[in-house]
Design a protein around this ligand. Sequence first.
Ligand code: NAD
Length: 358
Amino acid sequence: MTQFTYDGLPGRVVFGAGAARTQLLTELDLLGARRVLLIATDAENGTATQLCAPFADRVVATFSEVRPHVPAEVAELARKIALDADADVVLSVGGGSTTGTAKIVALTTGLPVLAVPTTYAGSEVTPVWGLTERGRKTTGTDRRVLPKTVVYDPELTLTLPVELSVASGLNAVAHCVEAFWAPRRSPVSSAVAEDGIRHLVNGLTTIASTPTGLASRGELLLGAYLAGSAFAVAGSGLHHKICHVLGGAFDLPHAHTHAIVLPYVLAYNAPNAGEAVGRISRALGRVDIVDGLRELGGAVGVPAGLRELGMDESGVDDVIDDILAIAPADNPTRVTAEGLRAILHGAWAGSHPVGPTA
Ligand code: NAD
């Protein structure tokens, strides 16, 4: 008999092409927000400023010092700016690093976040925050960081280069895949995850030929929302634990790291995760799901191995203990140092993923 506990998360979601251009003022009013701290990187600042034009008088401060994996000193600076400006809302326009910075401000100030994502990271619908201090990334869960409102607008993702779009889309696929075996999995998260993969694959298979097609972008963004939602309630499994340690230790780009590592963890778990494999295969439309995933990235130049991201192979031994310490006890295939070494050396070299040794 199936048994589960499902703890649904609150949050308002507005989705549609042009939604960021037309809905932000309404959404700020619904939050009762009058003093906006805008967080956007320098690269996204032009777009963000245009989006804020209808309520420019409410923007009391702008923070653009966003860095990947939210270094502690960046978090402290953003918090100080929010307090000095007496902001009553944090508006983030950008990828997961930008959303992550807004979440840390929410954690330390209690301010609500209105998130406008521009990648497929999915952080905007999770209560998970991350912070990096001295090369070690800490994450935690706190409902205060969950954005009150998310405005998804596929138009904002049109500028995301194809290769980064595919890496970010595969990062979202990773959220879905892990939702099948993550600690708080349920029939709800599995159904959302399966449909998430379907939308993501629709987008991933058409994005290279139509990078400025709103249909592909819309599929990817909808899939990213579903993926983030599944991940938010199911929690993170072995794959996320590995990527989180690698990201913090070697400052690797988040989406690419996920895109590269996922097939190796999938191959490791597949022999002991029959239901997940069946659902992924159905959504992907492929019998060989490991090859299917690798082909999606390989076709548009997503690197095959971590070495192409600049990681040194000697780093593999440095992180095994850190990953073992946080590896989920109920991972479909028991996590061993030897198993991790095989996953990481394979992912480093970009060799064909193999299953666990008996
Ligand atoms: P990112 O936010 O670092 O963005 C990657 C690059 O894309 C940046 O250079 C950015 O300027 C650029 N970019 C963003 N949107 C663009 C657009 N529309 N057009 C052109 N360029 C654009 O990367 P990411 O993969 O979105 O997010 C990664 C971060 O998010 C990591 O720190 C990860 O840990 C975090 N994350 C957290 C959660 C969570 O639940 N807490 C979930 C997923 C990811």
